[in-house]
Design a binder for this molecule. Structure first.
Ligand code: FES
Length: 146
């Protein structure tokens, strides 16, 4: 099986929340992965421990998808990088308490499970992450057909 992995472009997160009035909070997601990913989908190394600073995100191309990888409290989380509103890179959003705020129009997503915080019935994809030795690996499934 051929796997295409490109080095991700690293973004600095903005220092202020763009939502104007939202004071933060946590998402409803739980630490850890709780969906039924197939064991047949392999984990792919996308970064090394130490490449991503605490509280930052980075976008990485994996299997024809863009994945936003975040580090928070020395744990790693991965969600779809494309904001479903107008396609901004969520990896460059503001991260606080498990929630990333889109840098363009401030939609907020839980980095644990991809839920849209303003309407948890809607979610973007999230992916299992593991650390093996010093490699950060994600298990990325193909994009859902729409
Ligand atoms: S592009 Fe993300 S909220 Fe508009």
């Amino acid at each position: 099986m051929t796997v295409v992995v490109q080095a991700g472009k690293k973004y600095r997160l903005p220092t202020q929340n763009h939502s104007g009035g939202w004071s933060g909070g946590t998402c409803g997601g739980q630490i850890g992965w709780k969906t039924t990913m197939s064991d047949e989908i392999e984990f792919v190394t996308i970064a090394k421990v130490g490449q991503l600073e605490e509280g930052e995100g980075t976008a990485v191309a994996v299997k024809e998808r863009m994945v936003a990888l975040f580090r928070q409290n020395d744990q790693y989380f991965a969600i779809d990088d494309f904001c479903p509103h107008m396609g901004a890179s969520l990896a460059s959003g503001y991260l606080e308490n498990g929630v990333v705020t889109c840098p363009w129009h401030a939609w907020r997503f839980c980095i644990h499970d991809g839920k849209w915080c303003d309407n948890p019935k809607i979610s973007i994809d999230s992916f299992p992450v593991r650390v093996v030795n010093d490699e950060i690996q994600v298990q990325v499934r193909p994009k859902r057909a729409s």
